[in-house]
Write a protein that binds this ligand. Structure first.
Ligand code: SAM
Length: 235
């Protein structure tokens, strides 16, 4: 079988510093902003000429964090509670042959910063440092299929947990207004979607968690479908 070598065209700078709590698909959290840095020979205006006319783009990327961990023909989609197995090609699982992912995200702006070309994006579902293999414009006339059906993944996941913040957490967000005006809303949306692994969701009692967004450590507890952000601190 022929094999191919691929050179990434860019790298993602994302607020998601670990896999835990990243939404399962793009655009579920519009406040998730990221920068795509075009790298090496691809950091030239010619490559993106005309792209600013498109509101959304496809990112083809490598699941770099899990790529070396292998794959299996059957996976357990979290949406099915982790109990049922489906063929990997019937899912968007990260553990797959070639470890290639695709996300349609909003293109906010193309700009020059520090002498380099950057694509400002929002609604991303990608880990910081994700290598981008290719970028393509999203074409509504062809890519949008309103009558398509999607089996076990037919509807948008609608977990809407309650979220509240401690006094310290509110004050922390207020202090970040200048650099991260959406921080409160961003954390709220991440927690609303209930990032816990499927097997933890059915467990009762108080559960404590932590995650990293930007360079902030966020600690929260969940009890009876209520998330409480306990403390936010700098790393
Ligand atoms: N929208 C893409 C797709 O359909 O190919 C990704 C779907 S995949 C289910 C989304 C998950 O991939 C995220 O929740 C996160 O846990 C994981 N992820 C994101 N970036 C990754 C990376 N660079 N390496 C490994 N896992 C990653």
């Amino acid at each position: 079988m022929q094999t191919y070598q691929i050179t990434p065209v860019g790298i993602i700078h994302s607020p998601y510093k670990q896999k835990f709590a990243i939404p399962r698909q793009p655009r579920l959290i519009p406040e998730a902003k990221a920068q795509l840095e075009l790298t090496g020979e691809f950091n030239r205006e010619e490559f993106v000429r005309g792209l600013a006319d498109f509101s959304h783009i496809w990112l083809i990327f490598r699941f770099h964090e899990t790529a070396e961990k292998g794959w299996s023909p059957l996976v357990r989609p979290p949406r099915l509670g982790g109990n049922e197995k489906k063929g990997v090609f019937a899912t968007r699982a990260t553990f797959r042959p070639n470890a290639i992912g695709m996300s349609a995200v909003k293109l906010e702006e193309i700009c020059y910063k520090n002498g380099k070309l950057w694509l400002e994006l929002s609604g991303i579902d990608l880990l910081d440092g994700t290598p981008i293999i290719d970028i393509k414009p999203y074409l509504p006339y062809s890519d949008s299929l309103p009558n398509a059906t999607a089996g076990f993944a037919d509807t948008r996941p609608e977990t809407e947990l309650e979220v509240c913040f401690s006094e310290q957490a509110v004050e922390f967000c207020l202090k970040q207004q200048q650099n991260h005006p959406d921080l409160y809303q961003f954390i709220t949306k991440v927690l609303k979607q209930d990032p816990r692994p499927a097997y933890k969701k059915s467990k009762g009692g108080i559960q404590n968690y932590g995650m990293c967004l930007y360079d902030f450590n966020i600690k929260w507890k969940i009890e009876n479908n209520l998330n409480t952000v306990l403390e936010i601190s700098h790393q």
